[in-house]
Every structure is written in C-alpha cells, then in structure tokens.
Write a protein that binds this ligand. Structure first.
Ligand SMILES: CCCCCCCC/C=C\C/C=C/C(=O)SCCNC(=O)CCNC(=O)[C@H](O)C(C)(C)COP(=O)(O)OP(=O)(O)OC[C@H]1O[C@@H](n2cnc3c(N)ncnc32)[C@H](O)[C@@H]1OP(=O)(O)O
Length: 301
C-alpha cells in the first residue's frame, strides 16, 4: 500500500500552483537537467543540486557576505525555481545557505538606495516575482534556516511549507522592516499572518521584531529548532514524511490554502509597484536607509 501511495504521489500536477490556478505558465529551457542521478547547477549566487533518486533539490544561497537579495540573486533564484518546477524528478525543494551564520540578510539595500525610478520598478517586480514563485510552488518547500534571517530572508522562509531553524541565539528571524524606517508590504504581512496569526503578526510587524530561535518556535514562526549541524539532515528526513502524501492531494490542498493570498497580490501587483517606487524614492526614506547602512558599518568597526 505504501509503495502504491508513493507511486501515486509521483504523478504530479504540472506547473506551479499559479498555473494550476488557470493562469498561463511560462516555459523555460531545461538545459541542465539530464537523466543522471544528480543534477547540479551553480551560478554566482545560487547553487541548485537535484538528487534524482530522492527527488530532493537543495537550493543553496552562496552570495557572501550576507546572501542579500540583489538583482543577480533574484534572477538566479527565479531561473532555478522555474527549472525545478518543470522537472518531474523533483518533488521537494530545500532552501538553505552556504554562507556561515547568515541565511539571507533580505533585500539588498543598495538596490533600494540612490537608484533611478526605473531601477526601483524593475527591482520590485523581481522581488514580487520571486515571492510568487516560492509561495505558489507546487513542490514541497522546506526552509533549512542556518543563520540570521531578517526581512526578505524571513519572507523566503515564510513562503515555504515547513521551517527548521538552527538553535543558535544569534540566528534571529523576523520582518524587521519597521526598524529600518520602511514598511513590510501587504504580501509580506499576509505571509506572516498566514503563519503566526493576526495578533502576533500585528505586534511583530509594527515593532519589527527579530525573534530568537526559542521565541520563533513559541509563536509558530518556525516549526522546529534543531542543533546547527542537524538542520539539513532534519530537513531531508522531514521531506521524506511529506513525500508519503500523494502529490496531487497535497498540491490541491496547498493551492486551496494559498490561492487567496496569491490572488490578492496578483490583483494589486501594479499598484504595489507604484507604492514601492513612490515610497522608496522619498528623501526621508532614502535618508533612513543611508543611516541604517551607516549603522551596520559602525557595528562592524
Ligand atoms: C504606503 C506603503 C508603501 C509600501 C512600501 C513598501 C516598501 C518596502 C520596502 C522594502 C522591504 C524590505 C525588505 C528587506 O529585506 S530590507 C533588508 C533588511 N535587512 C536587514 O535589516 C539586515 C541587515 N543586516 C544585518 O543585520 C547583518 O548584516 C546580518 C545579521 C545579516 C549579518 O551580520 P554580520 O555577519 O555581522 O555581517 P555585517 O553586518 O558585518 O554585514 C556584512 C556586509 O554586508 C552588508 N549588508 C548587510 N545586510 C545587507 C543588506 N540587506 N543589503 C546590503 N548590504 C547588506 C553590511 O553593510 C556589510 O557591508 P560592508 O561593511 O561593506 O562589508
């Protein structure tokens, strides 16, 4: 029976939940996926390693010093996720970091500072695009969070189906935008509300709270806290449990839960871009970002 279920589970719906929702999907070349038992691709900021025998792809962020989400990172992630989404051998994706102590520092502040309005628009569209791909993925997504995870880093984790955080009090996680003098956009907020509930999200976002692993576990921001050297192995073990569920049933259930949030973003996408560009290009906001970057540098020296 278990074997039968596993076989059934292999029959996956094609495309992300976005295309399952009736929206046109896009086709990308599958150049790096052959029939070997392992397929790897490395670009400058992201390494994708798909083990065909287990069906698990590990997507490793490798953009030192802090895996900030600049244009290169966003583009490489989008391409990698598109390829995995179309690959029938891949059933689950683990997001993790190859950079010690940092999962991701979130959006690259330098992409939001001193640039043209056109740049801000392109940048924000790419951020939206990555979130849509992560949040609507038909694959099982697990975040193996092995370092600090503020703002956009936390958003990537929130987009997963399951979150495992390394037990190190320095590895804080949360939507800290308010502390930078900026605002977590509505779809960041929705992702948080969908994970921890309204009341906790309300406080969390207004204060820009960064949670320790113990507190993150307590509020349900992460599902498990494990010793640092066990984060990836635990993610793989957990993935095997998710694999016991037939893909089609899990995918439809996931879509049912996430579709309203995705639809809200799609319906408000252009307005959200306009709001971002207007907001981020304000002198007062540029000043806040400048001061925040200076504070980060001071902290170092
Ligand atoms: C009307 C409504 C309108 C709505 C409008 C919506 C607007 C919303 C806009 C944006 C949403 C924003 C989302 C984000 O993700 S913003 C990014 C937030 N990130 C952070 O606050 C993290 C800041 N970084 C840290 O806290 C730490 O760096 C760390 C804990 C991640 C790692 O610490 P450590 O290992 O000690 O490294 P350093 O601090 O020394 O950093 C090394 C190096 O990297 C630079 N750096 C750090 N973070 C970033 C970043 N996010 N972007 C760019 N650069 C970063 C840091 O300055 C150091 O640089 P160096 O001195 O030149 O070496």
């Amino acid at each position: 029976m278990a074997t039968l279920l596993r076989k059934a589970a292999r029959v996956s719906l094609s495309g992300s939940l976005l295309s399952a929702g009736g929206r046109p999907g896009r086709l990308y070349a599958l150049s790096y996926f052959g029939s070997n038992s392992r397929n790897s691709s490395t670009s400058s900021k992201v390494k994708v390693d798909l083990d065909n025998s287990s069906g698990i792809a590990v997507v490793k962020f490798q953009g030192p010093p802090v895996n900030s989400m600049g244009m290169d990172f966003l583009t490489e992630m989008a391409i990698g996720l598109d390829k995995l989404e179309l690959d029938k051998n891949c059933r689950g994706i683990i997001l993790t970091s190859a950079v010690p102590k940092v999962f991701s520092a979130g959006l690259d502040i330098m992409d939001m500072y001193g640039k043209t309005l056109e740049h801000y628009e392109l940048f924000w569209r790419s951020v939206q695009d990555l979130w849509l791909k992560l949040y609507s993925s038909s694959k099982i997504m697990i975040a193996a969070i092995n370092g600090a995870s503020p703002a956009g880093g936390c958003l990537m984790a929130l987009s997963c189906d399951y979150r495992i955080l390394a037990d190190n009090p320095r590895y804080k996680i949360g939507l800290n935008e308010a502390q930078l003098g900026i605002v977590a956009p509505f779809w960041f907020k929705d992702s948080m509300v969908n994970t921890v509930g309204y009341r906790i999200a309300e406080e969390s976002i207004q204060f820009g709270v960064m949670y320790s692993p113990a507190d993150a576990l307590k509020i349900g921001l992460v599902d498990q806290v494990v010793p640092e050297d066990k984060v990836l192995s635990t993610a793989k073990e957990k993935m095997e449990k998710w694999f016991d569920i037939p893909d089609h049933a899990r995918q439809i259930s996931k879509s049912m839960m996430r579709k309203p949030t995705i639809d809200r973003m799609l319906a408000n996408r252009e307005t959200d871009i306009k709001n971002f560009v207007g907001f981020i290009s304000k002198d007062s906001i540029q000043k806040s970002l400048e001061m925040y970057m200076a504070m980060l540098k001071m902290k170092k020296g």
